[in-house]
Design a protein around this ligand. Structure first.
Ligand SMILES: Nc1ncnc2c1ncn2[C@@H]1O[C@H](COP(=O)(O)OP(=O)(O)O)[C@@H](O)[C@H]1O
Ligand SMILES: NC(=O)OP(=O)(O)O
Length: 315
């Protein structure tokens, strides 16, 4: 039995609540297969499209109705954890019921501690919300001074917000207690709600969105997981991505992964943070294994027949 932290990418969630429910049904099947294989799972998920949508909805509502206040990013992430967790926990429960498996599933509203002096606060790089064409994005920057829009990994222009690195997880002990009670835990949704500790020792939200792959690596480290699974829309990490000599990689040592990152093989905002998060987890202790694989082949990736394995001692 292995303890696996699973980071679910955008393809597990879809772009609207109804699409999300359908996508989660497929994701739940892949997740329950891992439980059937005897593993303990902790699920995290992204929220880039959702957190942007929630923030925009409040901005538009406040323009229409002065009694509605705009919503800051930590609250928007908290809302996204709630409704994505709602769909995920019910989707997983439904799949467990179908397969006659008596497991409990719980979503934890998770706060993740960041450093208020993280340089990321001065350099917004995390894409959220919808995609725009360049002209629209530039018009939005003119009409919304202070907001930053930039190209997102060749897929269009998006709003960029600060994305500090995760340092600690406030609800770590609750997560471990639930795991010990044989719960399937959903935690660190949307990278977790970014917080700092104030002078009284209380947690205060800060305006940022943490990358869910880095938060998942931190979660995997803090719950002493054996595996970090980063599940996305491709079977394997590739070098020379999108070129005629594109080559999929079945395994990478930490040193090889660092070298490819330095060569610029992975697009910032899409594959780069996944590989960096995988390296971070693989470096966090002995025999720690990170796997980047496609959602529907998660169970096969656990058996080693697909996915990219990143670990200290490949072979
Ligand atoms: N070198 C690469 N190897 C594999 N996929 C890559 C590479 N560079 C970019 N990609 C793209 O990055 C995507 C994963 O990033 P993204 O869609 O942002 O993740 P998420 O699944 O977390 O939403 C892949 O589906 C693929 O289209
Ligand atoms: N918070 C976060 O990293 O979300 P995405 O994976 O959707 O970008």
């Amino acid at each position: 039995m292995s303890r696996i932290v699973i980071a679910l990418g955008g393809n597990a969630l879809g772009n609207s609540p109804s699409e999300q429910k359908r996508a989660i049904d497929d994701a739940a099947h892949a997740l329950v297969n891992l439980i059937k294989d005897g593993h303990e799972i902790i699920v995290s998920h992204g929220n880039g499209p959702q957190v942007g949508m929630i923030q925009l909805a409040f901005e538009k509502s406040s323009q229409l109705d002065g009694k509605v206040a705009p919503m800051d990013l930590p609250e928007c992430t908290a809302m996204s954890q709630g409704y994505i967790g709602f769909h995920l926990q019910n989707g997983i429960k439904k799949e467990l019921r179908k397969q006659g498996m008596p497991w409990h599933v719980e979503t934890i509203v998770t706060q993740v501690v960041v450093d208020q002096d993280d340089p990321a606060f001065a350099n917004p790089t995390k894409p959220i919300g919808s995609y725009y064409d360049e002209e629209t994005a530039k018009a939005l920057m003119e009409s919304h001074p202070g907001e930053v829009y930039a190209e997102d990994a060749g897929r269009g222009w998006r709003k960029m917000v600060p994305s500090p690195k995760p340092i600690d997880i406030v609800e770590r002990d609750s997560i471990v207690n639930l795991l010990d009670q044989e719960f399937i835990v959903i935690a660190c949704g949307g990278g977790g709600i970014p917080v700092i500790k104030d002078e009284n020792g209380d947690y205060q939200g800060v305006s940022a969105v943490i990358d869910k792959d880095f938060a998942s690596a931190k979660l995997a480290e803090l719950v002493d997981a054996d595996y970090l699974f980063i599940l996305t829309a491709v079977d394997r990490v590739a070098i020379n991505w999108g070129k005629p000599d594109q080559t999929e990689l079945a395994q990478l040592t930490i040193e090889e992964a660092i070298k490819y990152c330095e060569e610029g093989q992975f697009a910032p905002g899409s594959m780069l943070p996944k590989v960096q998060a995988a390296i971070q987890f693989a470096q966090s202790g002995k025999n720690k294994k990170a796997v980047i694989a496609s959602l529907e082949k998660a169970s096969l990736a656990m058996k080693g027949s697909t996915g990219t394995l990143i670990t200290a001692n490949v072979g």
